[in-house]
Design a protein around this ligand. Sequence first.
Ligand SMILES: Cc1ncc(C[n+]2csc(CCOP(=O)(O)OP(=O)(O)O)c2C)c(N)n1
Ligand SMILES: [Mg+2]
Length: 260
Amino acid sequence: MDRAEIVHKNFLSRVASGDLPPGDPPVGPLSREAAVAIFRAACLSRALDRKSRAMQRAGQGYYTIGSSGHEGMAAVAAALRPDDIAFLHYRDAAFQIARAGQLPGQTPAWDMALSFACSTEDPISGGRHKVLGSKALMIPPQTSTIASHLPKAVGAAYGLGLARRRPPEHRLLPADGIVMCSFGDASANHSTAQGAFNTAAWTAFQSVPLPLLFVCEDNGIGISVKTPKGWIAANFAHRPGLRYMACDGLDIYDTYRAAT
Ligand SMILES: Cc1ncc(C[n+]2csc(CCOP(=O)(O)OP(=O)(O)O)c2C)c(N)n1
Ligand SMILES: [Mg+2]
C-alpha cells in the first residue's frame, strides 16, 4: 500500500468509529445542511484526487494536481453566490464541486474526469490541460503560471465597480456580486501577485469600489520552499485599503464564518 492508500484507510475507519480530532464543538453561522453539503464536496474532491492518480497509473490520465488539505475551500463557495466570479487556485476542486451543488444540472465529477483524461469533451479546456473551470459556474479557467490570475481578478472587480456607476448595455456579472480570487502562500510572493495587491489597495485606498475577496491558502510550502511562519499575516494584516481576516482552513465552520 502506498501512503495515500494508508491515509485513505485511516480516514474511513476513523470517521466510521467517530474517532475524530479533539476540539470544541463547531460554532458559527454555518447550518447543518450547509455543513453536510460542504463535507460531501470535500469527499468528492478527495475521491477525485485518488481517482486521478489511479487513472495516471493506468495510462488513462496525465497531469494530476491534488486538492488534499484544501477541501475547506468548499466552505468559501458556500459563503458566496454561484454568480460571484471566481479566479481559482489550482487546488480548489472542492470549491468548484461545492459551487456545482448550488446550480441544478451540474456534473462536476464527470467534467473533472474528462479533464484528467485530456478528453476533447472536457468542457473547459477541450483536453488541452488538466484545469479547473466552468462557464456555468462563473469560474474562468486559468493557466498554470502561478499568480497570473490575480491581475485578472483585480480587473474584473474594478469592472464590477465601474458597472455599478455606469451600467453597461450587456451585463455578465450581477451588479451586487463580488469577485473571489484564491492563491497559494508561495504564489503571494510573486511579483505579479504583489502588483495585483498593490493595484487593489491603491484603488480601494481612494474609495474607488473594488468588490474583491482574496483568499490565500497557506499550506506553509511552495513545492520545496517553506513559507516563514507568520509571513502571510505579517505581510497582509496592515495594508491600506485591504481588510485582513484569518481562519483555520481545516475548520469549515471557521472558514465559512470568515468568508461570510
Ligand atoms: C510563474 C511560475 N513560476 C513557477 C511555477 C512553478 N510552480 C508551480 S506550483 C509552484 C508553487 C506554488 O506554491 P503555492 O502558491 O504555495 O501553492 P501550493 O501548491 O502550495 O498550493 C511553483 C513555483 C509556475 N507554475 N509558474
Ligand atoms: Mg503553498
